[in-house]
Design a protein around this ligand. Structure first.
Ligand code: NDP
Ligand code: PYC
Length: 344
């Protein structure tokens, strides 16, 4: 969901470069190394540019809170373990995740090209971002991609009322030569935690079906749901997908589940700390060689969707990107003032 949850005065419109400079200044001021500050700025500004409000520059505030909580390693240089077969590992060493991804990307692409499939396991990272920037970075190399990560245990399993799962996003991308890739990226909870927080800040109710209060009663009050449990999307189906994310991007790669991440947080209210699994697939290797045929068949699928008036996922985002690049990136004035205060 991407509603800005605010009825305030018209936003500021800032050039991408200006917003990048401001975000980078804040992250440096918070004590991050230059490579971390730049990678973080690119991530949150991309979110704001694409009008993904729950993972845009609003995230600067929660990253600042995370820094103040004292557990994140501000200058940690991620450690890349040379690929073993198709598997690439990056230990973020308790730093923020974007730099760890950037450090692992070239080896992931090389592994996918060599083996047809590559797996990047990022470990020990503080993760706060949307996954589509990573997916797009992989599809830009002509590869398909799948990314999974846990978060904090905020979400009850279908049929239960106690939080077990994170909001556990799943993102996928398919490269389309000459045009934007096909990308989807969504929380497996009925609403992302970031959107719940935006509703809490704005004092607006959640849509029905997003959570229960501490007594297990359905609630649209973001405060009550934060004290109770969020719900998975699609009942038992979202619940099972969320369990898969815990297993594949937690236990499988030897890193924390959302429950373990929340335990490590110990009430700090910081952004989650865990791992991430990112898979890349090379159509040239997996499809037997006729790339043009693969692409045409994919395009027929997309045409069958759009041909009946339905839209592709990420279409809204790419349209928002075009708008932002033309007229500037929209930033709510109150949020901009909060960010500026962190920069001085
Ligand atoms: P949304 O519900 O906003 O969107 C989910 C996806 O569905 C998007 O790709 C979106 O494309 C697409 N979509 C939406 N409406 C339609 C439609 N009518 N037809 C076709 N496609 C559509 O996502 P969430 O709120 O669930 O998640 C928001 C972000 O939060 C994600 O980027 C996710 O990675 C992030 N997140 C991160 C977590 C973490 O631990 N790091 C945890 C949970 C979430 P479009 O954008 O174009 O609308
Ligand atoms: O929006 O659910 C969320 C989220 C969790 C961690 C980062 N974003």
């Amino acid at each position: 969901m991407s509603t800005p949850h605010t009825s305030e005065a018209p936003p500021l419109f800032l050039p991408v470069e200006e917003l990048l400079a401001l975000a980078g200044r804040v992250f440096l001021r918070l004590g991050l190394s230059l490579p971390h500050a730049e990678a973080m700025a690119r991530t949150v500004v991309a979110g704001q540019r694409d009008e993904c409000h729950s993972h845009g520059v609003y995230r600067i505030l929660s990253c600042a809170h995370t820094v103040r909580a004292g557990k994140v390693a501000l200058q940690a240089e991620p450690v890349l373990t040379p690929a073993s077969g198709a598997v690439v590992r990056v230990d973020a060493r308790y730093g923020f995740s974007p730099l760890a991804f950037e450090r692992g990307l070239p080896a992931l692409v090389a592994a996918a090209r060599q083996h047809g499939i590559g797996a990047l396991a990022i470990q020990h990272c503080f993760h706060f971002s949307a996954l589509w920037p990573e997916i797009e970075a992989i599809t830009a190399h002509g590869l398909a991609a799948l990314a999974l990560t846990p978060s904090h245990a905020w979400v009850a399993p279908a049929g239960g009322r106690q939080p077990v799962f994170g909001t556990n996003p799943i993102a996928f991308g398919w490269p389309r030569p000459g045009q934007h890739p096909f990308v989807f990226d969504f929380a497996t909870s009925a609403i992302a935690r970031g959107d719940l927080e935006l509703h809490r800040r704005a004092g607006t109710p959640l849509p029905p079906g997003c959570g229960v209060d501490a007594q297990g009663r359905p609630s649209t009050d973001p405060v009550a749901v934060a004290q109770g449990a969020m719900l998975a999307f699609g009942g038992h189906k979202g619940s099972a997908l969320s369990a898969m994310v815990e297993l594949m991007a937690g236990a499988l790669i030897g890193d924390w589940t959302s429950a373990e991440s929340l335990a490590f947080d110990a009430g700090d209210g910081a952004t989650p700390c865990h791992g991430e699994l990112i898979l890349a697939f090379d159509p040239a290797r997996l499809g037997g060689g006729d790339l043009a045929d693969q692409q045409q068949r994919a395009e027929r699928l997309f045409d069958a969707i759009t041909g009946q008036g339905a839209r592709l996922p990420s279409q809204r985002r790419f349209e928002a990107r075009a708008r932002s690049l033309e007229r500037g990136v929209a930033v709510p004035r109150a949020l901009h003032a909060e960010i500026l205060a962190l920069a001085d």
